[in-house]
Design a protein around this ligand. Structure first.
Ligand SMILES: *[C@@H]1O[C@H](CO)[C@@H](O)[C@H](O)[C@H]1NC(C)=O
Ligand SMILES: *[C@@H]1O[C@H](CO)[C@@H](O)[C@H](O)[C@H]1NC(C)=O
Ligand SMILES: *[C@@H]1O[C@H](CO)[C@@H](O)[C@H](O)[C@H]1NC(C)=O
Length: 300
């Protein structure tokens, strides 16, 4: 049985070019240059985001943070290896090769912080297809801006966005687009769990932006979060209303019970200030009145 296996495998192995040979031949500096764009016309880069988890949404710093995978697909005919007699349709390469090939040089232009995970080695994945298609995937953590409007707090919705584009190439060289092969180019790998928010929608779109150096394709993804307000009702509204109801007891004490009425009134006021303060401590100081303030003021 063993000898039979060897007979079947041996000729095939000897006729196929090994991965190392293919890579060496492909990336030969005489032939391939990472500085040369794959085609003279614009290279189409298809992008897909896989959201791994949303870590936080913060009102204090006006931002949100998430872990995600970024996929990019493009065709580089110079990297086609059909003719090299490799018996494979695709080749997964190490990240050192990544620095040797042309990439669209894309980045988040509005992020506050972004880093590729590197525990223990950099989370970058690169596959070449024999027809010259390139597929890259990185896992990274991004912190992006949110526009916080707390006027409806705690019944508010917040939207946060990330803008992805090629940093170096304008639309004459690189066209970015969401991967249309899938209906949803931005999706979460697992249900998103946040203590304070539910995710309402994730909306990808593409816009074109004019810079002094030309037009750029920008891929914008907007996350809309809806606050879970039940906690605020239990922690703030219910105790506040109870305090106010109790303060009404003063009316039934009669006009002569001045010390008792004063004490009830002052205590109710102190309890309210304390309640309100503990909620407000976790929110930024905005100059407009939040909905939570309005409804409590109405009761007072
Ligand atoms: C490998 O090459 C030899 C000749 O060099 C040939 O006889 C054999 O059929 C080839 N095997 C395959 C699997 O192509
Ligand atoms: C790569 O090729 C192998 C077979 O050689 C196949 O099983 C695998 O699905 C391919 N990978 C991709 C991403 O197409
Ligand atoms: C190359 O092959 C891959 C995988 O089979 C496919 O997804 C891609 O569209 C192909 N590219 C071209 C230019 O045919």
């Amino acid at each position: 049985m063993g000898t039979l296996d060897l007979e079947v495998l041996a000729p095939r192995e000897s006729n196929c070019t090994t991965d190392t040979q293919v890579v060496t031949k492909l990336l030969d500096s005489q032939i391939y240059s990472k500085h040369k764009a794959p085609s003279s016309s614009a290279v189409l880069v298809r992008v897909e985001f896989w959201i791994q988890q949303i870590i936080s949404v913060s009102e204090i710093t006006n931002d949100f943070e998430l872990d995600m995978y970024i996929n990019e697909l493009w065709d580089d005919p110079n990297l086609s290896f059909k003719h090299l007699n490799s018996c494979k349709d695709n080749m997964t390469m190490s990240q050192s090769c990544f620095r040797k090939i042309w990439t669209p040089n894309s980045c988040f232009v509005n992020s506050k912080k972004a880093l590729i995970h590197d525990s223990p080695s950099e989370s970058v994945f690169l596959t070449l297809f024999s027809n010259g298609s390139v597929w890259t995937n990185y896992r990274l953590r991004v912190k992006g801006p949110c526009t916080m409007d707390l006027a409806k707090f705690p019944m508010d919705e917040q939207s946060c966005s990330l803008i992805y584009e090629s940093f170096s190439y304008n639309i004459d060289q690189v066209r970015m687009q969401w991967n249309s092969a899938r209906r949803n180019p931005v999706y979460s790998l697992a249900p998103i769990q946040l203590p304070d928010f539910d995710i309402k929608k994730i909306e990808p779109k593409r816009i074109m932006v004019k810079y002094p150096a030309g037009n750029w394709d920008e891929l914008v993804v907007t996350f809309t979060f809806r606050r879970r307000y039940v906690w605020y009702f239990l922690q703030c509204f219910v105790p506040t209303y109870l305090t106010i109801f109790i303060s009404w007891v003063a009316f039934s004490l009669g006009p002569n019970a001045i010390p008792a009425r004063t004490m009830l009134g002052v205590n109710a006021l102190l309890a309210m200030i304390f309640q309100f303060g503990s909620i407000m401590r976790s929110l930024p100081r905005v100059s407009y009145i939040k909905a939570i303030g309005k409804s409590i003021t109405v009761w007072l």
